[in-house]
Design a protein around this ligand. Structure first.
Ligand SMILES: [Zn+2]
Length: 671
């Protein structure tokens, strides 16, 4: 693209399309494009903007990708203090709150009292400032009066509109403030934790969110896919607009508002809402920890005022923490893939938050000391959301006479080696890296895990047997397993054996980057593996790099560099490398594809219905490679519609608009 007018037009179209898909995905939860196609749209936009940097605006979706590294976050003063709500665990206090508000309204001659009940998201509160519709600042709550300016990080969140919908701006003043909560979905949280070393994992989505917002690298923030729920809007021209209508307006302005809020008339309605969500909230894709009640009639907010810390027109009811009392029978020691010993409590089975719990991690010996826990103690365990339960405290007055101290083990429970505890570390380690069955098992399971080589048929019980029988000493051995060997294992028929071999075969198609992560080098998570695969595009280049060279790769400090050097210096490495090579695993980044024609230059293409010879993703890629782009909806501007079998309503629309429609054969001929 060479002329600026063309670029401007293309940018405007792409931005509109991207924001529309963002909304479909995050706010309406009915995506039309695959992640892959969406990324390609974004890449096209970034490519044009790079060519014409003068056309980049602060509200461009390309700004969501992040990339700015700030030195520190400047402090900002909130326009109005961000108060926190007063919390209660008692339904009686909720009723008291309701009657207090009622008295005031009656005094003012208002008979009708409506409350809005919203689910309370367990996240981090932030404030967004829009000027003439444009997002100009995003800040943390801080101490309520003054917070940190984290605009660059917040711009990476797809559910935060960078520009408010122009048609609605007429209802708003020049300056608008939106408040809400940044949170992480449970599945995104699990994915994030899976990619981190055990000792670096976050305890719950809230901690992960808080930690992520503090990152200085907004590109990393973008990768963690956080969400935003809006619950407060200030800056309407009609200041008497009720709270419920404000939530509706927020939703029309492009914000996610949590879907489940309800207008309650009587205190019974409030109780019903609280009761209903006490159980249902576990089914939501994100964590909630209570219900917030706000007076719907905003005109009385000011009259009710606030205490030093909290407004009097709202209250947060928090669901009691999911706790249970049980007995700690014994402590086992688990050996991780890097040799770390983790103490695990064996508990008297007890029902907690809908499931039976019989085990709980004690993390390390510092934690055991902090809790002061002994074997046979009565303990309180707690579960918040989906996270593994933990022992929160002991009941000292009920300690039995036969209580025994928990002593650090001398020997590895798996291989009997003498354990070591490096200075300044909280954990004990098994030093028998090469032979310890537990460590081998951990390494093989990590290799097969979802973000690594994704060999789903390879479960824990199976790997245990493979290691115990000496069939597998490292991940490379997996690729030399024979069907008869597998069939001899417990609970294994011919069919499952074949499934495993097929899954292993398929894993060879994974990328070099995934293989680097799968190797399980200490401190090399997914993000580091990505950086490494770009800096050293083959395993040979990587293992020949010096510590100094490695330390120049972005995100890699001296500790990680040292750990990589140590990994390749292990005596067992040449053997493993040989096996991986023979097995045909990706030991270098794939070659860039050869040049193809530009037959789709500037053409926007829409696919509808199924194709016989291509899947949607492959077909889209072919179009992109040839200079075209793929869109998700038909308009007059659509260049071409490819109609497969059973096309949807988009075909009719295309015909009505007079857009060119081609068959799969014609499409293939164009390629
Ligand atoms: Zn061991």
């Amino acid at each position: 693209m060479t002329d600026i007018m063309g670029a401007k037009k293309a940018i405007a179209e792409l931005r509109q399309e991207i924001e529309r898909h963002n909304r479909l995905y995050y706010v309406e939860a009915r995506p039309e494009l695959s992640d892959f196609d969406f990324d390609r749209l974004l890449e096209q936009l970034i490519a044009i903007e790079r060519q014409f940097p003068e056309l980049v605006t602060p509200d461009s979706p390309s700004q969501r990708v992040g990339g700015t590294i700030t030195r520190e976050f400047p402090s900002v003063l909130h326009r109005e203090p961000m108060l926190s709500l007063s919390n209660t665990y008692s339904l009686a206090e909720v009723e008291e709150f309701y009657s207090r508000v009622r008295k005031l309204l009656l005094f003012e001659g208002v008979a009708e009292q409506k409350m809005v009940a919203e689910l309370k998201f367990d996240g981090v509160a932030i404030s967004l400032l829009f000027r003439d519709g444009l997002l100009v600042r995003g800040a943390t709550r801080g101490d309520g009066r003054q917070g940190d300016d984290i605009t660059a990080n917040l711009k990476t969140i797809a559910t935060i509109p960078l520009r408010l919908d122009g048609r609605l701006v007429a209802d708003l003043q020049g300056e608008v403030e939106v408040r809400g909560e940044v949170f992480m979905r449970k599945d995104d949280f699990e994915r994030l934790n899976e990619s981190r070393l055990e000792e670096d994992r976050f305890a719950n989505p809230r901690n992960a969110t808080a930690g992520t917002l503090k990152l200085q690298d907004s590109a990393e923030v973008a990768r963690r896919r956080m969400c935003f729920v809006a619950y407060y809007l200030k800056g309407l021209k009609d200041e008497s607009t009720a709270h419920f209508s404000r939530l509706e307006l927020l939703s029309r302005l492009g914000f996610f508002t949590g879907d489940h809020y309800r207008l309650c008339q009587e205190v019974q309605d409030i109780n019903a809402f609280i009761e209903e969500w006490a159980g249902n909230r576990w089914q939501l894709p994100y964590e909630t920890d209570g219900v917030v009640l706000k007076l719907n009639d905003v005109r009385f907010w000011e009259k009710l005022g606030a205490t030093a810390k909290s407004p009097r027109w709202a209250i947060a009811y928090k669901y009691p923490a999911q706790q249970a009392r049980t007995v700690l029978h014994n402590v086992l020691f688990q050996v991780g893939r890097l040799g770390t010993i983790t103490p695990v409590a064996e508990l008297e089975p007890v029902l907690l938050a809908g499931s039976t719990v019989s085990r709980s991690t004690l993390h390390n010996f510092d934690e055991i000391e902090r809790l002061g826990v002994m074997i046979h103690d009565r303990v309180i365990i707690e579960k918040s959301g989906e996270v593994i339960p933990k022992v929160v405290r002991i009941i000292p007055e009920e300690r039995p006479a036969d209580a025994e101290p928990i002593l650090p083990p001398m020997h590895c429970p798996s291989c009997q080696s003498l354990l070591v505890r490096p200075e300044n570390e909280v954990s004990y380690y098994c030093p028998n890296e090469e032979e310890c069955p537990a460590q081998i098992k951990g390494r093989v399971l990590h290799f097969a895990s979802r973000n690594a080589m994704d060999i789903q048929t390879l479960g824990e019980a199976l790997v245990e047997q493979l290691v115990a029988r000496g069939l597998v000493k490292d991940p490379g051995d997996l690729y030399f397993l024979q069907e008869p060997q597998l069939e001899k294992l417990e609970r294994m028929g011919q069919k499952s054996a074949q499934n495993i071999l097929r899954a292993l075969e398929k894993s060879r198609e994974k990328s070099y980057e995934q293989l680097l992560y799968a190797l399980g080098i200490r401190h090399v998570g997914r993000a580091t593996a990505r950086e490494l695969s770009q800096a050293c595009p083959s395993i040979d280049a990587l293992r020949q790099s010096s510590e100094e060279q490695l330390a120049t790769v972005p995100d890699i400090g001296p500790v990680v560099a040292r750990s990589i050097i140590d990994y390749f210096a292990k005596p067992s490495w040449p053997q493993l490398l040989e096996k991986l090579r023979t097995a045909g695993l990706p030991l270098c980044a794939s070659e860039p594809r050869e040049q193809v024609n530009r037959n789709f230059e500037g053409l926007s293409v829409l696919f509808t219905g199924g194709l016989d010879r291509y899947d949607r993703q492959a077909a889209s890629e072919l179009v992109f490679e040839r200079g075209g782009r793929v869109v998700g909806s038909v308009s007059k501007k659509t260049g071409m519609v490819v109609a497969g079998h059973d096309p949807g309503s988009k075909l009719q629309k295309a015909l009505k608009l007079g857009v060119r429609v081609v068959s799969e054969d014609e499409f293939e001929a164009m390629l």
